[in-house]
Design a protein around this ligand. Structure first.
Ligand code: BGC
Length: 786
């Protein structure tokens, strides 16, 4: 080879290697580190913010919606084709996939299944079932071309009035965490991701973008972070969504202590964190805190990141760390893997999943020899607007665009019952006329996302009623409630029943009872309502919750006895609103709630003003949320936590405890002692030793398990395992989880106030687990003490 040829050969090889290097510098082929090294500063900044939302600058309120890739999804990430980085699609949740069902110039429809809302699912106390719902939901995400479902949502039901409680599971962190973990496993089994939200302590809608949730580290860690901790450790969610609110003074997405110290350093989280839509204020603080992705993203945020990198207020190390978390998320997505989605998920099969899962969540509150309906019941008089206009789920970003909702009357007709015709016509005409009057205000951009105004109830006249009693075998009265994002519920006419609702229940019940006929109240609700003042009138009360699109069919399944109810309350129903320990520290003045919620963006109220329960909320009830309060302080309630009746009965025998080194295992035999098959939920509570160092609730739920469908006479042995570290309380002064030594009582019950068996567990060595001293209150607040 002469010199020229040698040179040509070298050049050819060099060009070949350069070309190869260029080619391999593609995400998925080259390592994430190499891809990051190859990115320009501008590309990094672009990747850290989403691609925005057409028409929305963040100056007005918004429910996530983009037209890119999957119309109606909440947002997309930025694509860098040069490096093989595709855009990925993030869509709401949590009751199903939220996308646009009908698209211009396209004959196909893109309806999604409206699954039961989270509260309904929590009421099943069946994690296996919830996982199967997640699996069905996740398949719609995959087949409609989305990558991340912005779900599950697991904020604590701190107060009955929170407008988004229906999207959340429970007042208890163990129920919330276990449900969220099951949902996450189910969704992610499809190869798509979730986003656990809203992290953390986002417990009111009023001024949600500015409110400061103030509480001690103990309250945060034991109540408001616990569910997230369980879900993070048990189900490895791909992403987490930081919440809008501040926590002890710092916005969640700007909170390094929350997003890095606790989430990553203490819990070992390896996934990606994104903001809630337009959440947070200081862009550099968010990048530094470990809030990887800013959603939906704006040009202003991009400029701010570039400027912050250039002026050194954000380090390249932090930027690279966040970029890597985003790239790792993208690497896992179906879009990156080139999955060809069908746009044809099996909606029929998923409707069946909805019908069955909702049935298991229905809670029978009262049953005076009324249910299941006897074979002689054929003609039904259905009262209440919601019997005809059943509510499948709440409003806002958690609203799903489903193809249909089966109303209660449709469900009854499908099940072979006959409806009182006159009454049906009267309601249908009344609803149509009222809806005409209550059309959403087209001048208000929020109205489309707000709970729609529902017609008020009317009371039948005595002559109408006499006729209806004569013609019908039974009366059904549905009380409906809807609520949603942006606005909290009201005490009057929402938590409390309206005068007409109460009168309707009373007069209908009395008239039917006088004729020897029964009345059943169906509660089509997403959260707690007052029940103590009227519950004596009807013969039976069933909570149908917001059961998803098959609602009416599901209720008919339970009424007819096709399904034996096995749901249990995941929250307490207090006698009066003010009985809940958080009520004094929750926004409940209607004038304030309305004016603040409609006055977006909440960030205008940035703490310069200081309206109690609006700009800041003191969690004075401390750890005493829900039953932790009612049971410890021995308060009367209308229906207690964990409560729910069945058409059969169960016996608890052979409770055993096996004391292992780090955990203990409890087993119990459950026998169906009634005459029909059914399922039982066993709840394991722990009462701390008398000499506990810190104030403790009288009991706390630590585990639960549901039997299979037990035939009459059948027995099943259930086992529950609890880590001893789960008995710990968080000591604020020591910044440590501490397990006191002493004698613990393990309570096995069918509800928090119906304990069937108890066992003792002795802990001889106290356990101490140090944590970081973070998320401290800025100034002390008054707290409740037992
Ligand atoms: C909600 C989130 C939702 C996001 C995107 C926000 O207003 O708080 O739950 O995922 O919008 O639609």
């Amino acid at each position: 080879m002469n010199q020229k040829n040698i040179l040509i050969t070298i050049l050819t090889f060099t060009l070949f290697f350069v070309a190869c290097a260029e080619k391999t510098l593609q995400l998925g082929k080259a390592s994430v580190d190499k891809v990051v090294a190859a990115m320009t500063l501008e590309e990094k900044a672009k990747l850290l913010v989403g691609t925005g939302m057409a028409g929305f600058s963040g100056e007005t309120t918004v429910v996530g919606k983009t037209e890119q890739l999957v119309p109606g999804a909440a947002g997309t990430t930025y694509a860098i084709p040069r490096l093989g980085i595709p855009a990925t699609v993030l869509a709401d949740g949590p009751a199903g996939l939220r996308i646009t069902p009908i698209r211009e110039g396209d004959e196909q429809t893109y309806f999604c299944t409206a699954f039961p809302v989270a509260t309904t699912l929590a009421a099943t106390w069946n994690t296996e079932l919830v996982e199967s719902v997640g699996k069905a939901m996740g398949n719609e995400v995959l087949e409609y071309g989305a990558d991340i479902l912005l779900a599950p949502a697991l904020n604590i039901h701190r107060n009955p009035l929170c407008g988004r409680n229906f999207e959340y599971y429970s007042e208890d962190p163990v129920v919330s965490g276990k449900m969220a973990a099951a949902m996450t496993k189910g969704i992610q089994s499809n190869g798509v991701g979730v986003s656990l939200k809203h992290f953390a302590a986002n417990n009111q809608e009023t001024n949600r973008m500015g409110n400061d949730s103030r509480m001690s580290p103990r309250v945060l860690r034991e109540i408001y972070l616990k569910g997230f901790e369980i879900a993070v450790k048990e189900s490895n969610p791909w992403t987490i969504m930081s919440s809008y609110n501040r926590i002890n003074g710092t916005y969640a997405p700007e909170n390094y202590e929350l997003l890095t110290t606790i989430l990553r350093d203490e819990w070992g989280y390896k996934g990606m964190v994104m903001t809630d839509w337009f959440g947070g204020s200081d862009v550099s603080a968010m990048v530094r805190a470990g809030n990887d992705l800013l959603m939906p993203g704006s040009a202003k945020q991009y400029d701010a990141i570039v400027a912050a990198i250039e002026n050194g207020s954000v380090s390249m190390e932090d930027v690279d760390r966040n970029v890597k978390n985003i790239l790792n998320m993208i690497l896992a997505t179906p879009r990156f893997k080139g999955y060809i989605y069908s746009n044809k998920p099996d909606l029929k099969a998923n409707a069946t999943v909805t019908r069955q899962s909702a049935a298991e969540g229905m809670v029978l509150l009262k049953n005076n020899n009324t249910l299941p309906l006897s074979a002689s019941v054929k003609n039904v008089a259905a009262y209440g607007i919601s019997s005809y206009d059943f509510i499948s789920g709440g409003t806002g970003s958690g609203d799903v665009n489903e193809a249909y909702t089966i109303s209660l009357v449709e469900g009854l007709i499908n099940a072979g019952y006959q409806l009182n015709k006159q009454l049906k016509i009267q309601y249908e005409e009344y609803i149509a006329a009222e809806n005409e009057k209550n059309k959403p205000d087209s001048g208000n951009p929020l109205s489309a996302f707000m709970p729609k105004v529902r017609p008020g109830e009317f009371v039948p006249t005595s002559s109408q009623l006499a006729q209806q009693v004569k013609e019908s075998d039974i009366a059904l009265i549905t009380i409906g409630r809807t609520s949603g994002e942006f606005v909290d519920r009201m005490i009057e006419g929402d938590f409390n029943l309206t005068a007409n609702e109460k009168t309707m229940i009373e007069v209908v019940s009395r008239a039917f009872q006088a004729a020897g006929k029964k009345t059943i109240v169906i509660l089509n609700i997403g959260g707690v309502i007052e029940s103590a003042s009227w519950k004596d009138y009807p013969d039976a009360i069933l909570i149908a919750w917001q059961a998803g699109q098959e609602g009416g069919n599901t209720v008919a399944d339970v009424l007819s006895g096709k399904v034996n109810p096995s749901g249990k309350l995941p929250m307490t129903f207090p006698v009066n609103f003010m009985d809940a320990a958080s009520s004094a520290n929750f926004p409940s003045d209607p004038a304030v709630v309305k004016s603040i919620s409609l006055n977006f963006p909440g960030t205008q109220r940035d703490g310069k003003e200081s309206l109690r329960n609006v700009d800041y909320t003191n969690y004075e009830e401390d750890i005493f949320v829900g039953y932790r309060y009612f049971d410890t302080f021995q308060k009367n309630v209308s229906y207690h936590f964990g409560y729910g009746l069945s058409y059969t009965s169960f016996e608890y025998t052979n409770p055993l405890i096996e004391d292992k080194k780090d955990d203990f295992i409890v087993s119990i035999d459950i026998t169906n002692t009634g005459s029909v098959s059914g399922k039982e939920v066993v709840q394991l509570y722990v009462a701390a030793p008398q000499n506990a160092a810190l104030p403790k609730p009288s009991k706390e739920l630590k585990a639960f398990v549901k039997t299979k469908e037990l035939k009459a006479g059948e027995t099943q042995t259930l086992r529950m395992s609890v880590a001893k570290s789960d008995l710990a309380s968080f000591n604020n002064n020591k910044s440590a989880w501490v397990v006191d030594s002493g004698s613990y009582t393990i309570l096995l019950g069918t509800s928090s106030r119906d304990i069937k068996k108890s066992l003792e567990l002795n802990i001889s060595d106290p356990g101490v687990e140090k944590t970081n001293n973070v998320l401290q209150l800025q100034s002390p607040i008054t707290v409740l003490n037992p």
